[in-house]
Design a protein around this ligand. Structure first.
Ligand code: SF4
Length: 650
């Protein structure tokens, strides 16, 4: 497969790579890193930013070196850092410029190269290769790349071969397409050259803005390293262009967390369209979950893995009401602990009561179900919203839109059931509980885990269902205690979102820890955050679109406009375009390729100049930045995708 075990946590054993005084891989802790955003020629600004990043927990700092002069300035940055008492390994980030790489490799501890553009210029050409012509290309790469490898050997400099889904070469695209396999091959072409030259101080990465693609590519990479007998190189994990705020955190956790859960990953970079010092604390939270993971409660081994971890396919389920089959995964809000429920409380979960026309309306993140346990709602719910209550209460207070939550013993004991749909609470470590649902097609499994290796526990249970050919839909649940909203986002995205990207899960339920001290207002605020988190996880897993998606880069020294300001401006004008994906890239490096995943693109192409895309097609070049958002909206309008924003519902 791609990891030691799908049921018992252990970190993949890699070789050690020395990066200055902070070695990576082997038994060393999972390292946290980030990248500067100021101009590399701004020595003072770089040093100040690096100081903030190191104070925030960065163990390596990456700096872009687009040309020789920036590569040379790394020396000045290094000197000034030393004077300030900051000892942190520096990594030069290289695209297109082997000469800058060769200089930087003499000055800093590690060089990152992008195999998509180290020896190739992207022209978006589809080229027919014969075996001979392909081999000639590989020979050309070897000639171009060998000097850098030799310099790294001589200076003890480490290297990352960092594939990016958005910047695969025309050669790779022509042969493998825009696929995880193409991403892996892109790195392996360079890696094989390193191995031939006996250079192994290498770290590998497979970044994409789509967490599904990213996770599949890393898994495939490990699989290929093992099957080709290559060394187990350490992995640098990251979701590229993850965006900002909760979207960026959830998307990152979903991709990075999925891999960490299976023991993959030796260093992590979370890419946010925010100040770089905000990245390391998020990465640290993701990584720290594995400090005490080994030795978790035992999970039954899997005899046969019933899914393909290298491609997405939703688990086959039958339909129960609006769960399962081709229905989007549902969001269930936990209202069990807020006391008597009033009309206005449902605002927190996207349903709004309008007294004047005496009508309900909802926004794009209106919950599908509410769980009220033993405190059923005393008024008629808005159309489309349904209620789940505990079974004994349901027996007394039956209603068309109310469904029971039962335990397996209710089924075994022949208790009364709803004719259409029943939720049955099952613990993932109790595989025997599955015996009782075999004859009940109207059951939706409400799956919980108490194991600290929860994702693997939940996955194991669903594997058992697949093996037994049980096609009941499954709701993935997580008890979230009193965590901060950010912790909740990271943990739920890791534990539940990572199952969704493997096609597992027909609903999501985040149960809210009850705190007696909480005011009602605070409890509703928490509920609002949880509801939004549920929808954002589904969107990040690409299983249900409920808002506009922004694929925005974190910015770096190459950036040609203010990413944070521009993203906020574009968001303000377009955040009502549900399901539309807008790429916002500070420069052309990943720009056109990354548009493969976006519907529209806004890419820096010169000082104050923007190139606008529809998919990968350039629609307008060199648009002055002050008109570029208007022009972008015109393109969306021309495409029939524009909607006038309705009066904003909170
Ligand atoms: S896309 Fe953004 S982060 Fe990537 S190189 Fe360009 S400016 Fe830097």
């Amino acid at each position: 497969m791609y990891c030691d075990s799908l049921t018992s946590y252990s970190r993949r054993k890699t070789i050690e790579v020395n990066i200055g005084e902070v070695p990576l891989g082997a038994d060393h802790p999972i390292r946290v890193q980030s990248m500067t955003t100021v101009d590399t020629m701004d020595t003072r600004g770089s040093v100040q930013q690096i100081r903030r990043m190191v104070e925030a927990g960065c163990e390596y700092v990456r700096i872009t070196a687009p040309s020789l002069k920036e590569a040379q300035n790394l020396e000045n940055i290094r000197k000034e850092l030393k004077k300030s008492g900051i000892e942190v390994p520096l990594i030069a980030d290289i695209h297109f410029t082997p000469n800058a790489a060769e200089l930087a490799a003499r000055l800093v501890e590690k060089v990152r190269i992008n195999p998509g553009n180290y020896a190739d210029k992207k022209k978006f050409q589809v080229i027919e290769y014969t075996e001979e012509s392909y081999q000639r290309e590989l020979d050309r790469i070897r000639e171009r790349f060998t000097p850098l490898v030799k310099i790294c050997q001589e200076y003890g400099t480490a290297m990352r071969i960092g594939t990016n889904h958005g910047s695969l070469s025309d050669r790779i695209m022509s042969r493998y397409g825009d696929t995880p396999l193409g991403m892996v091959e892109s790195a392996l072409e360079f890696l094989r050259i390193c191995e031939d030259l006996s250079f192994n101080q290498i770290v590998l990465s497979m970044k994409a803005s789509n967490p599904q693609v990213m996770v599949q590519a890393y898994r495939l990479l490990v699989n290929r390293l093992d099957s080709e007998g290559l060394l187990p190189y350490p992995l640098h994990l990251g979701v590229t262009e993850a965006g900002e705020g909760e979207d960026g955190r959830i998307k990152s956790a979903l991709g990075i967390g999925s891999l960490l859960e299976d023991g993959l990953g030796d260093t992590v970079r979370v890419s946010l369209t925010e100040e770089p010092e905000f990245e390391a604390p998020v990465a640290r939270k993701l990584v720290d979950r594995y400090r005490n993971r080994a030795g978790h409660q035992k999970i039954a081994a899997v005899a046969r893995v019933p899914i393909d971890p290298f491609s997405y396919k939703r688990r086959m389920t039958h339909q129960v009401e609006n769960f399962g089959d081709s229905n989007v995964p549902r969001v269930i809000a936990d209202l069990s602990n807020i006391g008597r429920i009033e009309y206005g409380d449902l605002k927190a979960i996207g349903h709004f009561y309008l007294p004047e026309p005496d009508k309900w309306s909802m926004n794009d993140m209106g919950a599908d179900y509410i769980y009220t346990a033993r405190q059923p709602v005393q008024f008629m719910l808005p159309n489309g919203l349904k209620e789940i209550v505990d079974h004994d209460l349901w027996i007394d207070q039956k209603d068309l839109n109310r469904f029971p939550l039962m335990d397996p013993h209710h089924l075994a004991g022949g208790y009364q059931m709803h004719p259409l749909m029943n939720f049955v609470r099952m613990r993932a470590d109790d595989l025997h509980s599955l015996d009782v649902i075999a004859t009940h097609a109207n059951v939706v499994v409400w799956l919980e885990s108490v194991n600290r290796h929860a994702r693997a526990d939940l996955r194991r249970f669903v594997f058992e269902m697949i093996s037994r050919e049980l096609t009941n839909p499954v709701i993935l649940t997580k008890a979230v205690g009193h965590n901060s909203l950010e912790e909740l986002q990271l943990e739920a995205a890791t534990d539940l979102g990572s199952l969704l990207i493997d096609g597992i899960g027909d609903g999501i339920f985040l149960s809210r820890g009850f705190n007696q001290q909480d005011s009602r207002e605070k409890a509703l605020d928490t509920l609002r955050g949880h509801n939004q988190t549920g929808f954002t996880i589904l969107q990040a897993a690409r299983t249900r679109m409920s808002k506009t998606e922004y694929i925005s880069c974190p910015s770096c020294g190459r950036t040609l406009f203010d990413l944070q300001k521009t993203t906020a401006m574009i968001r303000k004008r377009t955040d009502h375009l549900k399901g539309v994906k807008i790429g916002i890239m500070g420069c052309i490096v990943n720009g056109p390729g990354e548009m493969a995943d976006a519907d529209y693109g806004y890419v820096g192409s010169g000082k104050g100049k923007i190139t606008l895309y529809k998919g990968q097609e350039i629609i307008k070049r060199g648009v002055p930045a002050e008109h570029a958002v208007d022009e972008l909206i015109e393109i969306i309008k021309g495409d029939g995708q524009w909607l006038e924003p309705a009066a904003r519902k909170e």
